[in-house]
Design a protein around this ligand. Structure first.
Ligand SMILES: CC(C)(COP(=O)(O)OP(=O)(O)OC[C@H]1O[C@@H](n2cnc3c(N)ncnc32)[C@H](O)[C@@H]1OP(=O)(O)O)[C@@H](O)C(=O)NCCC(=O)NCCS
Length: 179
C-alpha cells in the first residue's frame, strides 16, 4: 500500500503517481546513487511500473514518494512488514543528488518512525547500511536506529568487500526519546 501524505519542513511524503514510474527507473542509472544499494542496475520502465503497482497492492508494505520543493526526489518505505510480530524493514533512496546533505533523510526517517509508531501497531523498524555510507548511518542514528550486528564482507563495492551493518529502532526506545 501507499503511505498517506506527511508534510515535514523539508520533505513531503506522499503516494506516487502512476506516470512517475518512467522517471523513477532513471534513479538507478547513476552509480553514485546505487553504490550502497542492493539494486545496482537500472530497471526497465516496465519493471519500475510493475514495482509501483505491486508495492501499492502489497498489504505488507507502506511506500511513499519523497518530494522536496514540489519536486519528486526519491522514495522511502517500510517493507516486509510482519504484522503478527510487529516489525518491518525500512529503506530510502534520494536519487536527486542536488538535495543530498540538506537533512532530508534525517527528517524523513523521523517522520516515517513517527508514522509507524503512532499510526500502526509496529514494535520495531529494521534497517541497515553498508559500511562507508556515512550519510545513511548518521541519518539512521539521528532517527534513533541502533546498530545490532553486522554481516562481514557482505557486498562487493568499488573493488572491495564491505560489511552490512544491521540496525533497528524499537518502539520503546522511540517512545522514551519523546518524553
Ligand atoms: C543516504 C541518503 C538517504 C542520505 O540522505 P541525505 O538527505 O543526503 O542525508 P542528510 O542530509 O539527512 O544527512 C544525514 C546525516 O549524514 C550527514 N551527512 C550527509 N551527507 C554526508 C556526507 N557526504 N559525508 C558525511 N556525512 C554526511 C549529515 O550531516 C547528517 O548527520 P547528522 O544527522 O548527524 O547531522 C542519500 O544520500 C541517498 O539516498 N543515497 C543514495 C541511496 C542510499 O545510499 N540509500 C541508503 C541505503 S541504506
Amino acid at each position: 500500500m501507499y503511505g498517506p501524505v506527511i508534510q515535514g519542513k523539508l520533505v513531503r511524503l506522499r503516494p506516487p503517481k502512476p506516470d512517475e514510474a518512467p522517471g523513477m527507473a532513471g534513479w538507478f542509472e547513476d552509480m553514485e546513487v546505487t553504490r550502497f544499494l542492493k539494486l545496482r542496475y537500472p530497471p526497465t520502465v516496465e519493471a519500475e511500473k510493475e514495482f509501483v503497482e505491486r508495492v501499492g497492492r502489497d498489504p505488507d508494505a507502506i511506500w511513499w514518494a519523497v518530494e522536496h520543493d514540489g519536486r519528486l526526489v526519491g522514495g522511502t518505505g517500510i517493507h516486509l512488514i510482519d504484522w503478527k510480530h510487529g516489525h518491518g524493514t525500512t529503506g530510502t533512496v534520494l536519487a536527486d543528488k542536488s538535495v543530498w546533505g540538506k537533512g532530508l533523510a534525517r527528517e524523513l526517517m523521523q517522520l516515517r518512525a513517527e508514522y509507524a509508531f503512532t499510526q500502526t501497531p509496529l514494535r520495531a523498524l529494521r534497517s541497515g547500511y553498508l559500511d562507508g555510507n556515512v550519510a545513511s548511518s548518521r541519518a539512521q542514528r539521528s532517527a534513533g536506529y541502533k546498530e545490532v550486528g553486522r554481516w562481514h564482507e557482505d557486498r562487493f563495492v568499488d573493488g572491495r568487500w564491505i560489511d552490512h551493518v544491521m540496525t533497528e529502532l524499537l518502539r520503546e526506545d522511540w517512545e522514551r526519546s519523546r518524553v
